[in-house]
Ligand binder design. Structure first.
Ligand code: ZN
Length: 173
């Protein structure tokens, strides 16, 4: 979400695009694939397929969103772009069984098969974060992006933050 907000902030400043974009909706769209897939995983698919990255993370759905955002729903393109950015930040091409679904079969990418720790979705996240320090780099980068965004738009001042939360638009610089 922070990476996307900062990218939008810079795009608005440098390119003068979508001045009226609602950052709240952009944030929702940027996390959209997870908001869709994680509950599905928690309810059924993780138990069944050991996978938490599902339909909304496929190339198929991403192409569909691109097609809609570039065509019929052009005014909503900024939210489509935020949704597509998620695929980039998740580096989905590294999970070909999910990304190319269903071209490689009906199964989704299975997370590292290292034994019993993968049996619960919560534990799988815990193991991923404690055993793969490079993931912290992405999280730290996100924190830096958030701080930069807050600083650029002066959101550390309450009236500015209140406007941002109420309208979805940070004050103009
Ligand atoms: Zn995701």
């Amino acid at each position: 979400m922070a990476y996307t907000w900062l990218a939008l902030d810079l795009a608005q400043e440098q390119l003068g695009v979508v001045p009226k974009a609602d950052y709240r909706l952009v944030g929702l769209a940027a996390t959209g694939p997870d908001l869709f897939d994680k509950p599905l995983a928690a309810f059924y698919f993780y138990r069944r397929y050991k996978s938490a990255v599902l339909f909304a993370h496929t190339l198929l759905v991403n192409l569909g969103v691109f097609w809609l955002a570039a065509g019929r729903f052009r005014p909503l393109a900024v939210y489509g772009a935020a949704f597509l950015g998620h695929a980039l930040l998740d580096r989905l091409w590294l999970f070909p069984n999910t990304f190319y679904w269903p071209l490689r079969g009906w199964r989704f990418h299975v997370w590292g098969k290292q034994g019993s720790e993968q049996s619960e979705i919560g534990k799988a996240y815990w193991y991923a974060f404690t055993r793969r320090p490079e993931l912290w780099g992405w999280e730290l980068g996100g924190l830096v992006a958030l701080l930069l965004f807050v600083w650029r738009r002066r959101l550390y001042r309450w009236p500015n933050l209140r406007q941002f939360l109420r309208t979805g638009q940070p004050p103009v610089r």
